[in-house]
Design a protein around this ligand. Sequence first.
Ligand code: C3B
Length: 833
Amino acid sequence: MEQNTAPYREHNRTSLTKEKLKQGFLDNLYFIQGKFPTLASRNDYYLALAYTIRDRMLHRWISTATNYYESGARTVCYLSAEFLMGPHLGNNLVNMGIFGMVKEVVEELGLNFEELLAQEEEPGLGNGGLGRLAACFIDSLATLEIPALGYGIRYEFGIFEQTIVDGWQMEKTDKWLRNGNPWEVPRPEWAQEVRLGGHTEQYTDENGRLRVRWVPAKIVLGIPYDTPILGYRTNTANTLRLWKSEAPESFDFEVFNRGDYYGAVDQKVTSENISKVLYPNDEQLSGKQLRLEQQYFFVSCSLRDMLRVLAIQNIPLSRFHEKFAVQLNDTHPAIAVAELMRLLLDEYLVDWDDAWEITQRTFAYTNHTLLPEALEQWPLPLFASVLPRHLEIIFEINSRFLDEVRIKFLGDEARLARLSLINEGGERYVRMAHLACVGSHAINGVAELHSELLKQDVLKDFYELWPEKFRNKTNGVTPRRWMILSNPSLASLVSDRIGNGWVRDLEQLRQLEPMADDADFRKEWWDVKRANKVAFAQYIFKRTGILVDPESMFDFQVKRIHEYKRQHLNVLHIISLYRRLKENPNLEVPPRTFLFGGKAAPGYHTAKRMIKLITSVGEVINRDPDIRDRIKVVFVPNFNVTTGQKIYPAADLSEQISTAGKEASGTGNMKFSMNGALTIGTLDGANVEIREEVGAENFFLFGLTADEVYALRASGYHPYDYYNTNPHLKDVIDLLRGGSFSRGDADLFRGLTDGLLHHDPYLLFADFQSYVDCQEEVSRAYLDRDHWTRMSILNAVRSGKFSSDRSIRQYCEDIWKAEPVPITLLGQNEEPT
Ligand code: C3B
């Protein structure tokens, strides 16, 4: 059917004039919410506004889909178990370039714009850095006009909401969908069937060939829910496609459960369980059957969806890898390697060699961690019970792979065992990272140091086998959300001086370097920071009842709570400073507010105790009259994208203090630096590159290097010796052990202190003195406001490298071979009616 699309352009629902926006808003309140202003709630208004904006995105979305369909261009498919998107409304307004106008429209209607923005529940479908990276990447893909789809899971419950009760973390389920989600469109017509469990059988096909059939124990349906992802000031609107699991009614109700109504309902419940909840573990494997089912579920749906697109575009199957570049975001989707093989072999009857070539040319794998406990492995019996056919295929991949290794490394049996897809030491496991490496044509780390350490350590044997597969793609973050939306005053200060080309080309910020020497500019810069701090101080007071002084240095450590990230090292310094201030009230240090934020995995008891440590130390210090507010310690509850947007702009100092060699990259470090915070950090992850960019003189460096960490461990590390020989460290630990921060309860932190004294796997004691000395340097630097502001400006304007646009350009050139497809809006050549 031919359709004239011109009428949609000036329609109430699409036009961008203020009058039409107002009319559209009131129409949506009436026709979608079924409300009129006297009865409407804040949520009704938010939804009406969201629908009004979505209406204006649809033309781009539909035009983009049509353009892609016609161009047949190569499409990037980003497979990720997590997408930590954050609220959509503000970001969509920024990317469409209508933030200011819509604010005016809302205010002219007598409503509070900020309140409506705050009404949106953030889709917290991720744990931390890995999920947020996926969100930044799909923003950049759309901005760079690259045909791309994000594929993941539409969890009904995202990352839990954290509250602090008596200083401890409590978890509440995240009911983000309870008030409706205006941004998504369900596409039940593109549902996919996913099989699970059962067994396999051999049969002979009509040509007399032996084939395998998988007889599953159950089938679940995957329903895609699509969300448009706008590029910044482009016509591109790409798609985030998240799968929800449902029971296929005909299957359960008629065939298998005839007469057993309750049993059938039970089936329905278990089917829906698959996409029910995000596992809240960050860098720790859980080994649960449901998690493997989640991974397979979304991967299978996504690959079948690609095959559907291939068919409607009439592209032969042999060109699958030319049409799609599929990125595996960590090992969570690594089962895709076996699933694409299975689809090609069993369902499309492709030969092994051809199927394997297509598979390897399709996939690329990003590794995000060096922590051994985060490398996914599945026990063989569990794997076999969920994915019996995939296990057979993995054995076959492995046997062919090991043959290749044998030829290259004759007689090296130990190497074969190390490389095998199956871990045979004791209980047998499938090693997902190995599956990802073998099935991909490219393997990358997420910062230069991390990529080097992968080659030297975690993936050394693969590097020796296939050095050409390895590369680095340093992470980045989107300046749209993390500067324009979060820090509008800083963004407009910058744009006033250099225009707004920097938003798409962040290196342009360097044009501002000379301004660091301009006293007027420095004053404006300081005032922006100061205003952001005042706003954040009000926020803290509302959330925690703690009053903090915006004149004090705002020193932040926000990230997941983890021993390797060393929030407790930060606490050791706070205690040592507190002690010195008590002893010498005339100590010349600037007032400081130490702020922490981050969630602990609910089952990670040490991390939960680290939160209790922070809040307990805060309780004592914040109340101590001797300190007279010179230091404050605050735990900001429920750190997420929304609170992050308030935090980064208000920060003076960014704590990036992981043990060298442990943090793959970090991305919060980049957000802080972009917003003018100085970093105190180790030579770990992307800190190394941040320091290179901003200049060593504008970065507070401390601690052992990764090489020194290895050497120290190898020579035998004895934390107790540091305690014995460093009286400051001893005092700090003794205060903790004596119950000074636990109302006399000497047991509360005994596990933590004993762990440090006798094991200290993350080398806090080895880095303690260097950290404390470096913090003194920070304090001295802050006393010189001019100098500090100069450094702050240079940090921000030299952070161009850390735009996710740069990361995505490199992935496109080097791994995906994907080109931009600029979008022509439908009806652009037609006359508006
Ligand atoms: C994180 C790493 O811990 C960060 O260093 C890194 O910046 C991000 O990924 C993005 O690359 N990570 C995570 O959040 N969850 C994991 N399971 C593994 C790594």
